[in-house]
Structure formats: C-alpha cells, structure tokens
Write a protein that binds this ligand. Structure first.
Ligand code: PEP
Length: 253
C-alpha cells in the first residue's frame, strides 16, 4: 500500500517575524506534489504562518496542545484555538515536552485525543533514550508510549493520526538512526498497531532525529518510513526544501 509521504518541520523555540517571513515565503513558492509538507511553529506565529501559507501546498500547525478545551488553565492553548488558526497538525509528546515539562504517557494520550476532537491531526512522538536503547529496551519503551493511547482514549485515534518515531539520542545531536534502525522500529510500530486492531497500513509513520538533506533519501526509501519530523534542518529553507523533495521523490517511486 502506497502511503503519501509527509515532512513536518518542528521549529521548536525559534523564530522572529522577519526571519519567519523569508523562510515561509521560500516554502510557499515551492511545491513538490509527491509529498505533503507542514511547519510546526511557536503559537504566536500561527497567524503569520496562516497568512503567508494560505493557498500554498504547505500546511501549518503547532508543537503542543492542551488536553483541555477551555477554562482555568493559565498558559494553555487548546485544540479549538489551533483549529481556528487553520492548524492541520499538532505535535504531541515530543521528547522535549516529556523530558523538560514532565509530560507522561497518559497526559500525551489525552492531548492526542483533545487534538483529534478539535479537528487537528496529532503527530504522536515516541522514542527511546540512549540508555534505553543500550539496555535493549527500545521496543518496550515505544510500546509503552503507544499503549497509553490504547489504555486511555482508545485505539480508534490511531486511524487519523500520524506517529513519529524519534529516538531521543538522535534529536538535535547530529546522530541519525541508520535507515535499517529506523525501519526496524517502524516495522515494530506497524505490527503493534495491527495487533491492536488498527488498520496500520494507513497510519503515516515519520522518522525524526537529525534528518538532513544528505540523509533524507536513504531514510525515506525504507518501506515503513513515510517521511520525517525535522527539527534544526527545517529552519533553513534550502535544506528543508531538499528534504521535502527527497520525500516527494521517494513517494513517487
Ligand atoms: C525534532 O525536533 O523533532 C527533531 C527531530 O530535531 P532534529 O531534526 O534537530 O534532530
């Protein structure tokens, strides 16, 4: 089954109105029809992203969402708000949120449900630390993170979600998983989803962790790697566009 490839750029805590404009305008002017593309920008820049990208092939979204829709939750941003700003995607459970902001598996699963309910496609991030990989726990960690969705809001969520496998040791470190390492875990994720009764063949599985123009094609060539979640390289227009092009070329082979 041919799934459409997707590359999503995670800007993290980066950006300013002027530099965003040149980056977004460079993306808007490009179109690789063979793959989808999105940018996940800090909340204050959603309006700017929407204004510049509207009508282009590039979607936009956010990097986090509240599990709540409204109420006394100071500092939070809800899925209905993201939807109002035209967000197509939102990352949930990024490893930086898990590690630095103490988000646990159950919270991440609730955020995923909130995003879906609000009409925004969640990109659920999972992945092991270096210590966990070295202890042979990669599959168990990823299963635990995914299982929180099964045990919480339920497996039905996966049918309309994106899952991103992001080994923590590869994020922002310049160390990329080899295509075989990525494929191995992606294959395990797809098998798990199937075991839980999800039609796993339709769920896009992205790889994230130091994806660059120079390694994108070999990662995207793997049968269960449906694109990438790209951090640092998404801040450089030429680099991100080359990654998008690699996804489009892999997607049309
Ligand atoms: C990320 O932020 O999700 C990420 C994968 O970052 P980087 O590409 O910089 O490793």
């Amino acid at each position: 089954m041919q799934r459409r490839k997707l590359v999503a750029g995670n800007w993290k805590l980066n950006g300013a109105l002027a530099s965003n404009r040149s980056l977004l305008e460079a993306l808007r002017g490009s179109a690789y029809a063979g793959a989808d593309c999105a940018v996940l920008v800090p909340f204050p820049y959603l309006a700017q992203a929407g204004e510049i990208l509207k009508g282009s092939r590039v979607a936009w979204g956010a990097q986090d969402v509240s599990e709540h829709d409204a109420g006394a939750f100071t500092g939070e941003v809800s899925a209905p708000m993201l939807a109002e700003f035209g967000c197509r995607y939102v990352a949930v459970g990024h490893s930086e949120r898990r590690a630095l902001f103490a988000e646990d598996d159950a919270t991440v699963a609730r955020k995923m449900a909130a995003a879906m309910k609000g009409g925004v496609t969640p990109i659920l991030c999972v992945g092991e630390t270096l210590a966990e990989r070295e202890a042979g726990q990669t599959a168990a960690v990823v299963e635990r993170q995914l299982k929180a969705v099964v045990d919480g809001p339920g497996t039905a969520l996966f049918a309309q979600a994106v899952v991103a496998y992001e080994p923590v040791w590869a994020i922002g470190t310049g160390k990329t998983a080899t295509p075989d390492q990525a494929q191995e875990v992606h294959g395990q994720i797809r098998a798990l989803l199937n075991r839980w009764g999800v039609e796993a063949a339709v769920v896009p599985l992205l790889y994230g962790g130091s994806v660059k123009a120079s390694n994108a094609a070999s990662l995207f060539a793997m049968p269960d790697v449906d694109g990438g979640l790209v951090g640092g390289a998404s801040l450089v227009a030429t680099e991100f566009l080359d990654i998008w092009r690699a996804a489009a070329e892999a997607g049309t082979r």
